[in-house]
Design a binder for this molecule. Structure first.
Ligand SMILES: Cc1ncc(COP(=O)(O)O)c(C=O)c1O
Length: 461
C-alpha cells in the first residue's frame, strides 16, 4: 500500500507535469496543502521534500515552495550539475599521478628528514627552488626572505594577527574582496576599512586619503584576476600603489593567488615596483594544483620576517615537510611549469566561452565584464532580481552559483551581483549554465510581474 505522502506527492507531481502549477508559481503553504489534499501537515511537508529531491520544486527560505522555473517535461530528466560556485581546481585535471611519483621520490631522497620537526620558515631546498620560480614573475628574493606556509589563507591570517613595524593597527581592503580574508579580520576583531574596486581599479586619491588619515597597517589587495571581480590593475596603478605605500609607511599585502594563470608576458606584481620593502607577496599553489596539500609561499621584507616566523611557529610549528619536499621535486623536474601551462590554456579558453555565452544569452539589463584569463567574473543583476532568489531557483536545476554578498564588509554598500567561476565547468556546461541563468532570471521576473499585478488587484478589492 502506498504511503499517504506518496499519494499527495504524485497528485502534485501530476499537476506540475501538466503545468497546472506553472513553472515559477508558488505552491500552497504547507497548511493550505494539508487542507487541499486532506492530509496531515507532516505528510504535506514530506511530499514537498520528496518533490524537492526530484528537482520539481524548490524552497525559498521564509517564502515557501515554488515550481522549478523550466518546463516540467524537461525537469523530469536528471540534470547534470553545473558548478559556477567552485573555487577548487577541476578534479579532472589534478596531477595525482605525477605528484604521487614526487612523493615517493621525496621519501627515498630525504627519508627521516620528512618525518621530523622542521624549520618553521620552510624546507630550505624548497625555498631555493622557490627563489628561481618566483623570479619568473619578477619577484626577486633570497631564501632568507621566503617562507613556506600552509596555504595562502594561513599567511593572510598570520599577517592580520601580528604587529607591524609601522605601529598601525587598521586594515584596508578592496570592496568586494576575497571572503577568506574578511572572515579572518572579523574573527580577529581588527578595524577594517573598505575602498571600492571595480574593473577599472580603485580611486587612487581615495587610497591616498586612507593612507594619510587612517592608521592603516596594510592594504590587502588582489591585483591580478581579482576574486570575485576577475579584474587586474594596470602597470600605472600598481606603480602608484607602491609609491603611496612607501610615502605613507603603509604595507601592501599582495595576494597573487592566480599568478600562474597570467597569459600576457609583461604583467608584473606590485612587489616588483617596490624597492622600499613595503610589499608582502603571497602566492598560493592551490588553484593550479592540489589545494589539499596546503602549500603557499610568502615573500617578506626583512623588517617583518622574524615576527612572522614566530607567529608561524606558534601556529603549526611548520608546514608538512612531506608536501614541501614533493613540491620541490615537482618544480625540479619541470612538471609544475608543464602542468601550469596546460591549466592556463584550459581556463583561458573557458573564460572565452564564458564571455561568448554571456554576450549571447544575457539580456542588456545584466552587466558583466569578463577578463581574458583567470577563473572568476562578476555579473551584476538588474535591481528587479534578488540574487538569492535566482541562486535558489538555479540550485533546483542543479546549477550552483554564489552571490558576491560574502565578499563585502558588513558596513559596505553591496552590489547586486553573482560570482561566476569557471574552474569546474567545461565549455559545454558554461554554454548550458549561462543559458539556464538567463532563462531562469526571465522566468523570475515574469513571476514577479504577475505577483505584482495580482497584489494590485488584491489591494483594489
Ligand atoms: C584571493 C584568494 N586568496 C587566497 C586564497 C587561499 O588559498 P589557499 O589557502 O588554498 O592557498 C584563495 C582561495 O580561494 C583566494 O581566492
Amino acid at each position: 500500500m502506498e504511503n499517504k505522502y506518496e499519494v499527495v506527492k504524485s497528485q502534485i507531481k501530476e499537476q506540475l507535469l501538466a503545468t497546472k502549477i506553472k513553472p515559477g508559481e508558488k505552491l500552497p503553504s504547507i497548511r493550505a496543502a494539508a487542507k487541499r489534499w486532506t492530509c496531515s501537515v507532516n505528510t504535506a511537508i514530506r511530499a514537498y521534500q520528496e518533490l524537492e529531491k526530484e528537482h520539481l520544486i524548490y524552497a525559498v527560505p521564509k517564502s515557501g515552495y515554488y515550481a522549478v522555473l523550466r518546463s516540467a517535461s524537461s525537469a523530469q530528466t536528471t540534470i547534470e550539475r553545473i558548478d559556477f560556485s567552485a573555487a577548487s581546481p577541476d578534479p579532472q585535471v589534478m596531477p595525482y599521478k605525477d605528484f604521487q611519483h614526487c612523493l615517493n621520490r621525496a621519501i627515498e631522497l630525504y627519508e627521516d628528514q620528512l618525518f621530523a620537526y622542521s624549520d618553521p620558515q620552510g624546507f630550505f631546498s624548497l625555498r631555493r627552488e622557490l627563489e628561481k620560480h618566483l623570479a619568473h614573475s619578477q619577484v626577486f628574493a633570497e631564501p632568507s626572505n621566503i617562507c613556506v606556509v600552509s596555504g595562502g589563507q594561513q599567511a593572510l591570517h598570520l599577517l592580520a594577527s601580528m604587529p607591524f613595524p609601522n605601529g598601525k593597527t587598521a586594515v584596508l581592503v578592496e570592496q568586494p574582496t576575497f571572503h577568506g580574508m574578511l572572515r579572518s579580520l572579523e574573527l580577529l576583531g581588527i578595524t577594517t576599512l573598505g575602498i571600492e574596486r571595480t574593473m577599472d581599479g580603485i580611486d587612487l586619491d581615495e587610497l591616498e586619503r586612507h593612507f594619510r588619515n587612517n592608521q592603516i597597517k596594510f592594504f590587502y589587495t588582489v591585483p591580478r584576476f581579482h576574486n570575485p571581480l576577475g579584474a587586474c590593475y594596470t602597470e600605472a596603478q600598481k606603480k602608484e600603489i607602491a609609491r603611496l605605500a612607501k610615502r605613507y609607511d603603509v604595507f601592501i599585502l599582495e595576494d597573487d593567488y592566480l599568478a600562474d594563470m597570467e597569459i600576457s608576458g609583461k604583467t608584473d606584481p606590485i612587489y616588483s615596483y617596490d624597492p622600499s620593502g613595503h610589499v608582502v607577496y603571497v602566492k598560493s599553489f592551490s588553484k593550479i594544483m592540489l589545494p589539499g596539500l596546503r602549500l603557499a609561499t610568502v615573500v617578506l621584507p626583512s623588517s617583518l620576517m622574524e615576527t612572522f616566523r614566530m607567529f608561524k611557529a606558534s601556529c603549526d610549528s611548520s608546514t608538512s615537510v612531506l608536501s614541501q619536499a614533493a613540491l620541490e621535486l615537482y618544480f625540479k623536474c619541470g612538471m609544475y611549469e608543464h602542468h601550469a601551462e596546460m591549466i592556463r590554456e584550459r581556463y583561458r579558453l573557458r573564460m572565452e566561452c564564458l564571455a561568448d555565452a554571456c554576450r549571447r544569452h544575457l539580456p542588456p539589463t545584466f552587466r558583466f565584464e569578463i577578463g581574458k584569463a583567470g577563473i572568476f567574473s562578476r555579473t551584476l543583476l538588474p535591481e528587479s532580481i534578488n540574487p538569492n532568489d535566482l541562486i535558489a531557483a538555479l540550485h533546483h536545476q542543479n546549477v550552483r552559483i554564489t552571490s558576491t554578498d560574502q565578499s563585502y564588509l558588513r558596513t559596505f554598500k553591496r552590489d547586486n551581483g553573482l560570482r561566476v567561476s569557471i574552474i569546474q565547468t567545461d565549455a559545454d556546461q558554461i554554454e548550458r549554465g549561462i543559458a539556464l541563468l538567463a532563462e531562469t532570471a526571465a522566468a523570475l521576473e515574469q513571476k514577479q510581474k504577475k505577483e505584482g499585478l495580482w497584489r494590485v488587484t488584491d489591494w483594489r478589492e
